[in-house]
Design a protein around this ligand. Structure first.
Ligand SMILES: [Zn+2]
Length: 266
């Protein structure tokens, strides 16, 4: 097993929220756990950030999309173009909300990245709520969140060409349990992730109030909290946010993730 597969880390490729940011790339997180290498979301800038880590073109095993907002999918076609020009050969599994798959395929077509040209097969896998996917020794379970519920109520009927599903994820491997909120709509979206003790929670704080989040996490069995997806005013005041979290969650290690940060899964 190559050394890169033995690591138990998260590389934060982009931690920004949905607003353009001068000093952060958009959502993308590379998990290495259970011998698998899994990218969750692929916001703008992900391909360059990934390339900068020095992996080989065949190293990425799985690409997972939480939902279809641009700050989570905007780097997809460039990541695929990078794999094409770098001559990836290994099949790539892409997991996405089921109705997003035709939209993502059309996007590759529109950007001249024909599946017959790429040089490696794509295995398209629809995410099914609550259904665990095995990725070697890593297990990933997607849970629906209400992040896009209001948008769906207003626009769902008129826009059948995309998906209004949004997912959070539980990752289990190497005896560790890690949760990744992606984008949520309410603090209660975290409930399925918090049912059992977590070693690490990577949680967004753009669509929920920090105070409400810390209230929910108080009493949860959690070793470490990594805050992501901060809107600019909160980002500029991130030390204060971290301190508030530490005060309200005694015993929990807290950090606010930066682009390029490598976080060990302890
Ligand atoms: Zn987002």
């Amino acid at each position: 097993m190559p050394a890169t597969r033995q690591s138990r880390v998260i590389d934060c490729l982009g931690v920004a929220s949905g607003w353009p940011s001068a000093d952060r790339r958009h959502s993308s997180y590379l998990y290495r756990l259970g011998g698998a290498q899994v990218m969750i979301d692929c916001g703008e800038g992900a391909s360059g950030a990934y390339g900068g880590l020095g992996f080989l073109p065949d190293d990425l095993d799985h690409l997972v999309f939480s939902h279809q907002h641009s700050d989570h999918v905007g780097g997809f076609s460039m990541l695929m173009q990078g794999m094409w020009v770098n001559q990836r050969r290994k099949p790539l599994a892409i997991h996405a909300p089921s109705k997003a798959i035709p939209a993502l395929r059309a996007w590759l077509e529109a950007t001249l990245l024909f599946e017959g040209l790429l040089g490696f097969p794509i295995e398209w896998k629809p995410l099914i709520p609550g259904e665990t996917v095995s990725m070697g020794e890593l297990r990933l379970t997607p849970f629906l969140t209400c992040h896009l519920a209001a948008l769906e109520r207003t626009f769902g009927d008129q826009h059948p060409g995309t998906s209004f599903e949004a997912f959070s994820f539980l990752l289990e491997g190497d005896g560790r349990r890690v949760a990744h909120s992606a984008d949520i709509g309410a603090v209660s979206d975290l409930d399925p992730l918090l049912q059992r003790p977590l070693d690490l929670l990577v949680c967004e704080v753009a669509h929920v109030e920090a105070a409400e989040l810390f209230d929910r996490l108080r009493g949860a069995s959690l070793e470490e909290l990594v805050l992501i997806h901060l809107e600019q005013p909160l980002w500029e005041d991130r030390d204060a946010l971290r301190q508030r979290a530490e005060e309200q969650l005694p015993g929990v290690r807290v950090r606010v993730a930066m682009d390029g940060e490598r976080i060990p899964i302890r």
